[in-house]
Write a protein that binds this ligand. Sequence first.
Ligand code: ASP
Length: 354
Amino acid sequence: MSYICHKIVSKRKNMKKVLIGLAAVFAGAHLFSCTQAQKSENPEREYVIVVHGGAGAMKGLENDAEKSAQYYAALDSALTIGDAILARGGEGPEAVIAVINYFEGNPLFNAGVGATCTIDGEFELDAAIMEGHDLSAGSVAGVKYIKNPINAAYAVKEKTEHVMLAGEGADQFAREHGLEMVEDNQYFATPKTMEWIEKVKKESKKNGTVGCVVLDKKGNLTAGTSTGGRFKKQWGRVGDAPVIGAGTYADNEGCAVSCTGHGEYYIRHVVAYNLSTRVKKLGQPIAEAADEIIFGELNSEEGNGGLIAVDYKGNIAMPFNSGGMHRGYLYKEKGKDTVTKAVGIGKEMKVLSE
Ligand code: ASP
């Protein structure tokens, strides 16, 4: 068969596959939308914020009262920062950026100060933000001198016609747009992180990517993620966090998602878009869809990690297939004065207020 004939035949075969696929999606959509209406018991929520501070083995952390208290306090502070903004009617991007800025300044986490480094000991940071009402998105990858990469991601979204800027060009763009820069790349290395990195170099890696997803009072969804990437990564390596659809995604008709874990697998499984599209097209409940991806498509060997997500009704999912995931949520139900807030590292969530 000639090359062209072969292409036409395989094109037809593909078309057939697409049609069968679409039929299955629509049949599935009908089926799921019937069952979803019965399953969706959550009352509508006025606003919701969910945060993560990375997934990983977390060996012993839960049993180290002092250390885990530091993480609980940090997650609580992040939720409180987001709550203050959302309660006064602030919009999703403002809340997501403020929360991630807080994490980027906190050396406990693998984003901004405290980020993990490349195999050469340099810091190359990734971040992304996306809004669900118009699918607008911005991201930066491999930046070395931007103090708060999430701000640069937002600037890319707002000020360019592009979605993603990488490396030197992204640093230069941020400088030209007056974002806060650091002179020395080693600014991101705290003595504590370097000491920690030295200590665990042989057997482990630093986790602690940060993310935030929000449903604001207007009913809009926003997702953001910021990270130093994988420990001892090759320089130039880009993970899932800044790849729209892999580590970060938001669609008002689906959900807002931020991922953490072994980025290469999250890219291959297009995890964030995968989840949002299951919710949007199949009407699959967010928690069920998230579980299928994290425990079915990914697992602790191939795609170790987790995700946080919120849909347009305020339903939340926070699955992880790793030993633990720093995470927290806060929501306000319509007609109530109080907020519900909880944080967790291992399986159990610690309820802070109800
Ligand atoms: N997903 C991040 C990356 O692969 C790392 C992490 O979340 O721990 O760059």
